[in-house]
Every structure is written in structure tokens, then in C-alpha cells.
Design a protein around this ligand. Structure first.
Ligand code: S3P
Length: 438
């Protein structure tokens, strides 16, 4: 079958003002919590990416009336915490790990059973990390071979609160446990080894459900109230902005303004790491949108330096490493990332796929079980396989700006999962990017 391929010619500079797509993590949570709220919620700025559309389709199948999305606006008629209906078929969550893991937490607390499936990539991703703590709460969940999907959730089991120490910093696992905790008897506490994105906690509070944070521990009490419908605006996604932060940094003469991007402290590792590498990124027009800090990010080109990435920044930039590896390939000296074995279980094995792609462009890369060492230097043109991973595809589109010849990236269809407007935004900024295929 023909794939969607990108072809990027070297070029730039990148200039202008861009608004990137809505935040994926916040969009998922906005759909989920609106569905569970009492009354009609209105969401604006929603990401209309396939992952979020998958979450919306799942809630429709669970009996929730949802209008839209149209131009990022979604209206959800919440059914309350106890109003979901039994779906008529397995819920297919496509490429979206966030949908599957968060829904596992929610659905194990329902009076009916469900089956969760996904695409080829999602069917290879680890689910025991979420099933195991939910079982401790009393849930009955079966995973498939090697702990991967399908998930078979047997409903109708009473849940008990737990104190659960997360073995890895994971907002998906944390959120799944907290969602189950809304239905559990007593208190449910999740203790994080390092901060992970806290959108669930912020948004639960925004819907009027009490959440307590004490140091690394986050607690909800089951049955402590109802979620009340809200009007909610979703900021632009820093994870999508990341490709432009790197692109403008590595192409001489660039200056880009990315408007109203989410700059939540649990997400902003990309900004801090790029600044440590010498990037020029200014934050302007700082404000708040629905409980989340946002700002315009103004980025100008800079001479980047290789660094050793501070381990505490790894979970705060977990989705941005494909883009950061391209920054490293264009920096002076060597950049070393360790402690990032989680990258092997994302939409692809991002350490292996990025190492292979960078090597194909002539970059010196060393692969470790938990990271990469990348020595900056000239990039050649070449042909890259994205491994079906949206962020790998966009990262190599950025690399193409600085290569000596054309970079062709194969299998870019999944860019639509997180950033459907990527090609248009990239061209608007000055990329010479063509798309071939269906
Ligand atoms: C997400 C959490 C992260 C991230 C993913 C979105 C979320 O995964 O990689 O893209 O919305 O909670 P982990 O929690 O598994 O690290």
C-alpha cells in the first residue's frame, strides 16, 4: 500500500507567527471529564487529531451525546459519573496509548465489561503498568500476550482505594489510577518517582472534584462529589510547538512566534533543555487558560552546543526527544541522553528509530539501552523510515531544513494523530515540504 511520504528540501529562514494545534493530553482529558460531568460542557481549541477523535468515538459508544468537533469546538452532554452505557462493540483506540490507559482506569470501575483494542503500534505497547495497579484496587483486567492489548475489562467489581508508588513517572498510569479512584471506596493515592504532566489533577479540580497534592503524593477520595460541566479552552500543544522551536533554532536567520502555547511546568523540559543548549527562546504574553499557564514563545536561531541532558528533565520532555535529537545533530559537540528507556515503548522504539534515521543522514550516533549520544555535524540528504511514528516523521522534516540534500520521510500518515495541520503550519513558516501518497 502506498504510504504518505514527506519530502523536505533544505531551506529557510523560518519566520512569522504560528498557532499550532491544541494540546493532545489536555484534549483527551477535556473529553473524558466532560463526559463524566453533570451538564453540558463546551470545549474550544480542542485538538482534532485522530487520537482525540478516537477518545470522542469511544465516549459516543459509551452513550455520551457529543456535538462536533467543528473548528476545535466540542459540546459534550455529560452523563455524570454513573451514566455511561455498555458499548455494543470493542472500543478501538487506534494509535492512542493515552486513550487506552486512561479509559482502562475509568472502565474498570463501571458496572459493565469492555474490550479495548488499537492499531498495530498500540497492540504492541505495555499495558500491565496500568492493569497491575488497577487489579490492586480490585479490578479484573486481562491483558493479551506479553501484557499488551487487547484489554479485557470485567466490570461490576467494587474498587478499594490504594496507595500506589509508580515504578516509572507516567502521567497515563497516574491518571488511570486517579480515574478509578473517583469510584473507589476511601482514598486513592499515587506517589510519583518524579513529576509527570499534571493535567488530570488540574482539570479534575477545574471540574470541581477535590484533588490533594502533598509533595509527590496525589490523592482523591472516591465519591467525594460530582464533576460539574465547564467551559474549557485548550492551549496550543508545546509538544507540537517543539518541532518549530528546534526548526527555528537550527536554521540561520529565523525568528518565529508561536502563540498561546501551554507552558505547564510539568511539560516545559523542551524549553529548558534547548536553553541549556544555547537556544534563544523568549516567553511573552504570559497568561492562564482554564487552569493551565500559556505564553507566546518567540524563538530565534542560535548556535547550539551539545550537552548532557539533566536526568530530572527527562520526564518533563518525554515526547520531545525526537525533535531534541535533531537539535543535537545540529549542535556543536556531543549531546548525551541517558535514563530514557521509556522512549523504547512509545508509538515506536524512538531510540532505535531515531538512531537509524540520523545515521542514514550521516550523523554520528551511539545507542545505549536507555538513551543516545549524538555528535553534531553536517547532515546529508537521504530516505528515512518514520516507523509509523508521528513525532519521528515531524522530527525528520525539521532535520531536512539543515541537510545538504532532500530528505524523504516515509510513512508520515500518523502525523494526523497529533498534529493534523503540521504540513500547512510548516509551509507557512517557510519549510519547502511536499507530500506524496494518499
Ligand atoms: C501522556 C503521557 C505520556 C506521553 C503521552 C501523553 C498523557 O506518556 O508520552 O504522549 O497524556 O498522559 P506516559 O505517561 O506513559 O509517560
Amino acid at each position: 500500500m502506498a504510504t504518505v511520504d514527506y519530502s523536505v528540501r533544505p531551506g529557510g529562514p523560518l519566520t512569522g507567527t504560528l498557532r499550532v494545534a491544541g494540546d493532545k493530553s489536555i484534549s483527551h482529558r477535556a473529553v473524558i471529564l466532560s463526559a463524566l460531568a453533570v451538564g453540558r460542557s463546551e470545549i474550544t481549541g480542542l485538538l482534532e487529531g485522530e487520537d482525540v477523535l478516537g477518545t470522542i468515538a469511544a465516549f459516543r459508544a459509551l452513550g455520551v451525546a457529543i456535538e462536533g468537533p467543528v473548528d476545535g469546538r466540542l459540546v459534550v452532554e455529560g452523563v455524570g459519573l454513573h451514566g455511561l452505557k455498555v458499548p455494543q462493540a470493542p472500543l478501538d483506540l487506534g494509535n492512542s496509548g493515552t486513550s487506552m490507559r486512561l479509559l482502562a482506569g475509568l472502565l474498570c470501575a463501571q458496572p459493565f465489561g469492555t474490550r479495548l483494542v488499537g492499531d498495530e503500534s498500540l497492540m504492541r505497547r505495555p499495558m500491565e503498568r496500568v492493569a497491575a495497579p488497577l487489579r490492586l484496587m480490585g479490578a479484573v483486567i486481562e491483558t493479551g500476550d506479553r501484557g499488551c492489548p487487547p484489554l479485557h475489562i470485567v466490570g461490576g467489581r467494587p474498587l478499594q482505594g490504594v496507595v500506589y508508588r509508580l515504578p516509572v513517572a507516567s502521567a497515563q498510569v497516574k491518571s488511570a489510577i486517579l480515574l478509578a479512584g473517583l469510584y473507589a471506596q476511601g482514598h486513592t493515592t499515587v506517589i510519583e518517582p518524579a513529576p509527570s504532566r499534571d493535567h488530570s489533577e488540574r482539570m479534575l479540580a477545574g471540574f470541581g472534584y477535590p484533588v490533594r497534592r502533598e509533595g509527590a503524593a496525589i490523592t482523591v477520595e472516591g465519591g467525594a462529589g460530582a464533576l460539574q460541566a465547564v467551559r474549557l479552552a485548550v492551549p496550543s500543544d508545546l509538544s507540537s510547538a517543539a518541532f518549530f522551536l528546534v526548526a527555528a533554532s537550527i536554521v540561520p536567520g529565523s525568528c518565529l512566534r508561536l502563540v498561546q502555547v501551554g507552558v505547564n511546568p510539568t511539560r516545559r523540559g523542551i524549553i529548558d533543555i534547548l536553553r541549556l543548549m544555547g537556544a534563544h527562546i523568549d516567553q511573552e504574553n504570559e497568561t492562564w487558560v482554564s487552569g493551565e499557564p500559556v505564553a507566546d514563545l518567540v524563538v530565534r536561531s542560535a548556535d547550539l552546543q551539545g550537552i548532557t541532558i539533566p536526568p530530572e528533565l527527562v520526564p518533563l520532555a518525554i515526547d520531545e526527544f525526537p525533535a531534541l535529537f535533531v537539535a543535537a545533530a545540529c549542535a556543536r559537540g556531543t549531546t548525551v541522553l541517558r535514563g530514557a528507556e521509556e522512549l523504547r515503548v512509545k508509538e515506536s522504539d524512538r531510540l532505535a528509530v531515531m538512531a537509524r534515521g540520523l545515521a542514514a543522514l550521516g550523523v554520528a550516533v551511539q545507542e545505549f539501552p536507555d538513551g543516545l549520544a549524538i555528535t553534531g555535524g553536517p547532515l546529508a540528504g537521504g530516505v528515512i523510515d518514520s516507523g509509523g511514528d508521528h513525532r519521528v516523521a515531524m522530527a525528520f522534516a525539521v532535520a531536512g531544513l539543515r541537510a545538504a540534500g532532500t530528505v524523504v520521510i516515509r510513512d508520515c500518515r500518523n502525523v494526523a494523530t497529533s498534529f493534523p495541520g503540521f504540513v500547512d503550519r510548516a509551509r507557512e513558516a517557510g519549510f519547502a515540504l511536499t507530500v506524496t501518497g494518499p
